[in-house]
Write a protein that binds this ligand. Structure first.
Ligand SMILES: NC(=O)c1ccc[n+]([C@@H]2O[C@H](COP(=O)([O-])OP(=O)(O)OC[C@H]3O[C@@H](n4cnc5c(N)ncnc54)[C@H](OP(=O)(O)O)[C@@H]3O)[C@@H](O)[C@H]2O)c1
Length: 247
């Protein structure tokens, strides 16, 4: 059950809130009484997702108008902008670099990196005024650089560099910027990616992972919220936090 937030309730932006991780973060925040500005691109909210306290806005990294639309939605919300969760992302088609069209590199970069730039352009003024904390969803792929994942690896590595740059630029403005880099999460995106890799039995694949399972969505969502909002993380900025297991 959601609680109707008061006008002074803390405000968060969750981009990619129609996706698995964004939805998990969004619903947790709403259950704690936050106001949330939530973005989707192709999947508008179903009735079940129209919780009290959530303002939905269409946001496509390819469109200049997305920046203005997100800024307008944020400006319409009262309360202190405390956190921004940048959860937009898109995978590659898992081909070797030699077999991957340039257009795929561009599209994957746009989803994973340009979306973050647009988000910051939309929220920067309010984030500085309110001392917001920015948390980007990266991936262990940005460091692992596994074969057959060039566009995604390059995009997530670029996103990590951008997060560190932005953190240094905004330190004196009171804005923290960090990135969580999880390994495989039990999610529709993971199952889609496994299918592209030719995995026909996801459950059998999962048993070969450390601890015999992927990350659970609630583990990742809870960690994102904790990193961005808990007082004991308030020193951290410009940090890349892996969430996985060494193998
Ligand atoms: N799932 C995993 O195993 C995993 C592991 C490590 C890291 N991550 C990262 O975690 C984040 C969330 O993953 P997820 O599993 O929640 O993915 P998801 O379910 O596929 O959600 C992706 C979200 O991004 C939006 N989106 C995609 N392309 C966009 C674009 N060009 N412009 C604007 N919005 C766009 C989607 O909107 P619509 O659906 O409305 O079009 C959706 O809301 C991503 O950055 C992903 O790379 C995921």
């Amino acid at each position: 059950m959601s609680i109707t937030p008061s006008a002074s309730a803390p405000l968060a932006v969750v981009t990619g809130a129609s996706g698995a991780l964004g939805a998990a973060i969004r619903t947790r925040l709403v259950s704690k009484g936050w106001q949330v500005v939530a973005t989707y691109r192709t999947r508008p909210p179903a009735d079940d997702d129209c919780e009290s306290g959530v303002s939905w806005v269409r946001f496509d990294a390819a469109e200049e108008s997305a920046t203005t639309a997100l800024r307008t939605a944020v400006d319409a919300c009262p309360g202190q902008l405390c956190a921004v969760f940048a959860c937009v992302g898109a995978p590659s088609t898992k081909k070797a670099v030699a077999d991957t069209d340039v257009s795929e590199f561009e599209a994957v970069h746009q989803a994973n990196v340009v979306s973050f730039v647009r988000t910051w352009h939309a929220v920067a003024e309010r984030a500085r005024r309110d001392g917001a904390s920015i948390l980007a969803a990266g991936s262990d792929a940005g460091q692992a650089a596994r074969p057959g994942n060039g566009p995604y690896t390059a995009a997530k590595a670029a996103l990590a560099s951008l997060v560190i740059t932005l953190a240094k630029e905004e330190l004196d403005n009171g804005v923290r910027v960090n990135l969580l880099a999880p390994s495989l999460i039990d999610s529709p995106l993971a199952r889609h990616v496994m299918a592209l890799k030719g995995v026909t039995d996801p459950d059998a694949y999962y048993t070969q992972l450390p601890w015999g399972r992927p990350l659970a969505l609630h583990e990742v969502a809870t960690t994102c919220i904790e990193l961005a909002t808990a007082a004991h993380w308030s020193y951290a900025t410009g940090q890349i936090y892996p969430l996985g297991a060494a193998v």
